[in-house]
Ligand binder design. Sequence first.
Ligand code: OAD
Length: 241
Amino acid sequence: MNITILTGAGVSAESGMKVFREKDGLWENHRIEDVATYEGYVRNKKLVHDFYNMLRAKVKKLDPNNAHIALAKLEQNWTKGKVYLITQNIDDLHERAGSKHVIHMHGVLNSMICEHCGKELEFFEASTSEDVCPHCGRALLRPNIVWFGEVPYYLDEIEQILGQTNVFLCIGTSGVVYPAAGFASLTKTNGALNIEFNLEKSKIASDFALGVYGKAGETLPSFVDKLLEMGDFSFLNKDNS
Ligand code: OAD
């Protein structure tokens, strides 16, 4: 029984990361168009570098929460099939909680990418808008983040994973950004058991057989413990109405 997990900003909220869709429509006090689009980057490279430098420094000081820890425990202890972890988050809190195979479909904060040759470089410090690719020397390095309008990473691999998924757990995502928001409908069509964990019903709640509502750091640990103890999902009351 293969389990696929999709996480979004909500899984890191209890660690101190801000979610994207705050009521004020800003992301960490910035307009999304300014810091999460290629057009914004071209308009003001320094602002964009400074923004991701700020985020990188902030994440360094945060710790994984009980939701990240529970998911790492599931990966390490599930013996009845595979566990795949796909995240829309750019932080490294899943890895620091102990998850070994994390698919970062929207890129990672601790990485830069060359605009010319596509070389990806691990990066943990502060970048500037003058940093040239040390590999080809022909272009600037930019944050290795998938911005709005750009194609997410690993889509072929993700398609294969979704095709082998028996249980789909969707955690802390509002279900408005595609293609990730479409994964639940795909696994549902394939006959998987879909469960969402969120503070409230998401935009795609009707794609789930079950919703577990509350803080993921509080709901996930007991869910994972029960699942590992039982070895199956028979303990669930599958009614998301
Ligand atoms: P959003 O900010 O849109 O949604 C966060 C979701 O987490 C909401 O549905 C909240 O209800 C839920 N949530 C908040 N705190 C929670 C908690 N403690 N436990 C459980 N759920 C909680 O973030 P995403 O759905 O991740 O893309 O956004 C998707 C993508 O849009 C992001 O990856 C990013 C963004 O713009 C790019 O940057 C390309």
